[in-house]
Design a protein around this ligand. Structure first.
Ligand code: NDP
Length: 278
């Protein structure tokens, strides 16, 4: 039976550690403030924003929420970001994605001061990650590295396969594994014979956005499997990109959905907020 990688517990542990750091900073007179901007009221975004605010409260980070109407123009949003960039009492700025179609997401992200870009999406931070320099690292892949580390899963020298090459998960994930000396392959929708590629993996990270796509034929016996996907099935229950029931018996370790990667994303956002004042 595979070891269950408990993201909920590891996230709680990281948040406890951060709480301690925030309290030490507060005693030195340093307050941390995260500004969260949401445009429109997409239900999933509302849940994410609420969870982020809750995590801030739990850790002792002040959060400012800007709930803008769905018809907000790009110009109005850029103006707000400019104001927040200029405020010395705001350390982190997060724009909840996706944005309504009249707003160019890339343009908005580039407007955020890279030193306040706690999501790690600004090109300056992307460049820092590519070249191994300090910067904010995107929260989901950073969280996965913590899951591996804190579960004692060695990356150095191992075959790591990342399925998915998005800017927010797949690509930064590959770079982080490479930084830890993994031998990294990135697969995507044009990959020929995906099963042959994924079956090489000692560590298989799946971020394809396709419910239960990865069955045991894709997995090498004894691999560690990390499932990034989040979906709701026909019964309105959460499931991942990996068919958990099918894959669990053949692997060494696996993340569940829910309770695997999801909680880590928030923990690492909080970590980036703390880093923003260090
Ligand atoms: P994207 O849709 O941006 O990227 C999906 C990637 O998967 C693309 O690179 C695509 O390839 C690849 N892909 C799609 N179909 C196949 C296929 N049949 N075979 C091989 N590769 C395929 O998704 P994200 O990276 O943003 O997210 C992935 C999943 O993770 C989603 O379910 C999302 O909800 C979830 N997620 C969860 C988070 C968390 O906190 N737990 C955070 C972020 C995302 P190509 O580039 O060729 O099109």
């Amino acid at each position: 039976m595979a070891v269950l990688i408990d993201g909920k517990a590891i996230s709680a542990q990281i948040q406890e550690e951060l709480k301690e750091k925030v309290s030490v900073l507060r005693n030195k007179g340093v307050e941390i403030t995260l500004a969260v901007i949401q445009v429109g009221s997409d239900p999933a975004s509302c849940v994410y924003v609420r969870n982020k605010k809750r995590a801030c409260e739990n850790i002792g980070i002040r959060s400012l929420t800007y709930e803008l109407p769905v018809e907000t123009t790009e110009k109005q949003l850029l103006k707000l970001i400019e104001e927040l960039n200029g405020r010395t009492d705001v350390n982190g700025i997060l724009v909840q994605l996706p944005l309504p179609e009249q707003i160019d997401e890339a343009m908005v992200i580039q407007k955020i001061d890279p030193q306040k870009d706690v999501d790690g999406f600004h090109l300056r931070n992307v460049g820092a990650l590519c070249s191994g320099q300090n910067g904010f690292v995107p929260c989901t892949p950073a969280g996965i590295m913590q899951l591996l580390k804190r579960s004692g899963i060695e990356v150095a020298g191992k075959e790591c396969v990342v399925v998915g090459r998005s800017n927010i998960v797949g690509k930064p994930m590959a770079l982080l594994l490479l930084q830890e000396n993994g031998t990294v392959t990135v697969a995507h929708s044009k990959t020929e014979d995906l099963k042959a590629v994924t079956r090489r993996a000692d560590i298989l990270i799946v971020a394809v956005g396709k419910p239960k796509m990865i069955t045991r034929e894709y997995v090498k016996e004894g691999a560690a499997v990390i499932d990034v996907g989040i979906h709701r099935n026909e019964q309105n229950k959460l499931c991942g990109d990996v068919d958990f029931a099918d894959v669990e018996p053949v692997c060494k370790a696996i993340t569940p959905v829910p309770g695997g990667v999801g909680p880590m994303t928030i923990a690492m956002l909080m970590n980036n907020c703390v880093e923003s004042v260090l």
